[in-house]
Each structure stands twice: as C-alpha cells, then as structure tokens.
Ligand binder design. Structure first.
Ligand SMILES: [Zn+2]
Length: 250
C-alpha cells in the first residue's frame, strides 16, 4: 500500500529525530502524481529553541527554497503530506492556507490536533485555501503506522522522564508496549473516504475501530537507528528538483 510505504520513510526519519534528542515527529512531502519525494522535515524545537519549529514547517521551508513562495502554492494542490503525528492546529491551518492536497498521518495529537482530534481545521471555514484554489479544505487520513508513531513518542517521554531532575511516578518510567487506544476512524474521515484510500477489503477495520494491520507493530522499523536517512532523502529531493527545473526549461 502506497500510504504505508511513504509513512515508513516518515517513521524512519522520526526515529532519527529521537536519536538526536528531538521529539520524534517527522514528515515527508510527496508529489502526488509522480510519487516523488519533494521535501522532508522533522521536529526541531529542542535544537533551535523555537517552539514553532514543527516538522511540517521545516518541509515547507525546503519547498519554498526550491520553488519560491508562489511555487509552494502552485505545487501544494498536487502534494500529499505524510506525517507521523496529526498536524497541530497551527500547522493544519498553514497547510490549508497553502492549499495542500491531502494529509496522511500516523497517530492523533491528543492535545493540539488540528485534523479532527481537537479541532477540524482541515474542514472548517475559519481559514481559507489560497486564491484560485477551489478546494474548501483538505482530506486527512489517519491511522497509517499509528502504533509505530505512538511507540516512538512513548520512547521519548520515558527517556525525558528518566533525565528529569525529579522523575515523576514510577509508572511514567515504565514503557508500555502492549496497550493502545482504539482507532476512532469516524472522528477523522467517513467510510466512503476510508474505502477510497484503503480499499473495500479493509472496511472491517473502520467498522471495528481497529488498526489497519490488526495488532502488529513493526518493531524493526522503530527500534533500529537510521543514520543514512538524511543523505538518502536529500538525494531523492535533488532528483525532484532536477525534474522540475528540466520541465520549466522545455
Ligand atoms: Zn505543528
């Protein structure tokens, strides 16, 4: 499944973020028609000491550097964002104002989620899509590698708590690898959109509020380091840039 393949890349990058003392949240921007990688981002709030340095903004900055502000808007309607954690309200609004085509995410953002958990910025009428973009919002698809995204956050919080001068209760230091909240699909998308994205065969997961691949977690993906990922992603982005510029010259 295409969504899973792209999300695997975002999860590997989130693991890289964790290994570099950042909150493990990461994303990639994919040119939907060609499936090519355009940009990537990971949370940078700790290193930059900037509270708004969220993964999505890091990726948007890369696209802006490549195509200019106007170019971001032009290409965004043909762009799918894969992000390990639901965009926060701020990022959800920015993505909408830039006219993103679609967002696919892993786990919900319980405190700040802007795609259905706290607010549904992607569908509300408070912010608008850019001029000349007739879309009234963007589709948001949750639950892709959700358990892997949750586990990365748990690794981070347990580690942070161990480092804290006054660690909190003992239960906060124990890593829970077994229990996960139910996946409430209907909070984020209707059954029709679910089937359009995942196929009829997966309908039972929607109906049963279950994770896509029942109870499995790809431990290999989240427990090994991915040191080469930045180089790998840079090379892929370069290829997209090359193709864009080639197209412009024709
Ligand atoms: Zn954000």
């Amino acid at each position: 499944m295409q969504h899973v393949e792209h999300m695997r890349t975002a999860v590997r990058l989130a693991r890289y973020a964790l290994d570099h003392d950042e909150t493990p949240v990461a994303c990639i921007f994919v040119h939907t028609p060609s499936g090519q990688l355009m940009a990537y981002g990971m949370n940078d709030t700790n290193k930059s000491l900037t509270g708004i340095a969220h993964a999505e903004f890091m990726g948007i900055d890369q696209i802006k550097a490549m195509l200019g502000s106007r170019g971001v808007v032009d290409v965004f309607k043909d762009t799918t964002l894969y992000v390990t954690v639901e965009p926060c309200i701020m990022c959800a609004s920015a993505l909408k104002q830039l006219g993103i085509g679609k967002v696919v995410f892993g786990c919900g953002n319980e405190r700040f989620g802007g795609n259905g958990t706290v607010l549904s910025v992607n569908h509300d009428t408070c912010t608008l899509a850019p001029k000349n973009n007739t879309a009234t919002g963007y589709e948001s698809v949750p639950g892709v590698l959700r358990r892997e995204a949750i586990m990365l956050l748990r690794y981070f919080y347990v580690r942070q708590n161990e480092k804290a001068p006054k660690p909190r209760s003992k239960s906060d230091r124990v890593l829970d690898r077994n229990t996960f909240p139910p996946m409430e699909w209907s909070k984020y998308l209707d059954e029709k959109s679910f089937i359009e994205n995942f196929g009829e065969d997966y309908k039972k997961f929607y109906v049963n509020n279950a994770d896509l691949f029942s109870n499995s977690v790809d431990w290999n993906l989240i427990e090994s380091g991915h040191d080469n990922i930045i180089q790998e992603l840079d090379e892929q982005c370069k290829l997209f840039k090359f193709n864009v510029h080639k197209k412009c010259k024709v």
